[in-house]
Design a binder for this molecule. Structure first.
Ligand SMILES: [Zn+2]
Length: 343
């Protein structure tokens, strides 16, 4: 029996073909129509339906480039199953360089949404009904917030032996966080529907960071291969080691002032180690930011201006800190050309 076409927003995509589909969302105030751009690659053979989406937060643009490169890569031309690539989910925020929707709502707190709710709720409901509910597996692409950057990391609910755990390991990010689910997030919604889902976090909002984009582009195909969506190509590179963090916390500014960081993203730090100094502009008052644990710096602020209590360095803790340090070093040395300081 012939494989059925894939249908999305009323468009039918025949097996062995691909289509770019503009999914209509609410209009702008000006009455100009707005669309979520989607590309569907529908394989000749049956298999999983993988959704790879970026820009749920409209200012997080690394994911937009990851989806573009993934869709243009030759290896997905002969995939088994279906790939749905959505470079920009929050098109409203993207246009305004904003994380949020025009009603100041965070789309990633609006799931599952409702057709009769506010704008955020409606966009979530539309995206869910048209796209998310068709997926069997999801990779959701994010970056740090504005003025904050993240070491490439996978966040997922790691139940031992689960499909999500296998996907997380296949991705090959240097760090995996067994992260709690946030109510209203896409990841939370997907988990309630038993759709295995990974969140990839890397780099900073409103920037293209090649050291964050490249590992994202590199990480998706091994996950698809693991799910049987891609075959052949026995390019059996040893998958980069990834270590699972057993917790994380932020080191905060001790006083109001200007930060001079002492460590880089990806650095291994010891409990009590100096991470940075915060001083007033004259240097009369100065406070030290110290690490509260042995760990790896997996996120940090990029704006050196801080109020007391501001989160400055995100430190992940590991049972096997040596292995975690090795995983980060292997990852950094795998980047060509070498990253200009990972900061
Ligand atoms: Zn985000």
């Amino acid at each position: 029996m012939a494989r059925a076409p894939f249908e999305l927003a009323g468009v039918r995509v025949a097996p062995g073909s691909r289509s770019q589909i503009d999914v209509p969302v609410a209009r702008l105030y000006t009455h100009a129509p707005l669309h979520i751009p989607v590309e569907v690659v529908h394989g000749r053979q049956a298999g999983p339906v993988m959704l790879v989406c970026g820009g749920i937060h409209g200012d997080e643009i690394n994911g937009v480039e990851i989806v573009r490169r993934l869709l243009r890569s030759r290896q997905i031309q002969r995939l088994r199953g279906t790939l749905i690539g959505v470079p920009i989910v929050n098109v409203f925020g993207f246009v305004q360089h904003s994380r949020y929707l025009p009603d100041r709502r965070d789309l990633n707190r609006c799931f599952p949404g409702s057709e009769s709710g506010s704008l955020g709720s409606r966009v979530a409901a539309l995206f869910r009904e048209q796209i998310v509910d068709q997926a069997t597996h999801i990779i959701d692409l994010h970056t740090g917030a504005i003025h904050r950057t993240n070491l490439p990391q996978i966040r997922a609910q790691l139940i031992p032996g689960s499909e999500t755990e296998r996907m997380a390991n296949a991705f090959g990010a240097p760090v995996i966080l067994n992260a709690d689910l946030r109510e209203g997030s896409l990841r939370h919604y997907a988990e309630t529907r038993d759709i295995p889902v990974l969140t990839y976090e890397a780099g900073e909002a409103l920037r293209f960071d090649e050291w964050a984009i490249a590992p994202g582009v590199r990480g998706v195909p091994p996950v698809m291969r693991r799910l049987g969506m891609l075959s052949g190509e026995k390019r059996r590179r040893t998958p980069p080691a990834a270590e699972v963090a057993n917790g994380s916390s932020w080191a905060r500014a001790p006083i109001d002032g200007i930060l001079r960081p002492q460590v880089r993203l990806g650095a291994r730090v010891a409990k009590g180690e100096l991470l940075g100094r915060v001083a007033d502009p004259f240097g009369n008052a100065e406070g030290e930011v110290r690490s509260m644990a042995d760990g790896i710096v997996i996120g940090m602020g990029r704006l050196p201006l801080a109020n007391e209590g501001e989160a400055l360095f995100h430190i992940a803790r590991f049972d096997a800190i040596e292995e975690a340090e090795n995983a980060v070093e292997t990852f950094q040395s795998s980047l060509e050309p070498p990253p200009d300081p990972l900061y």
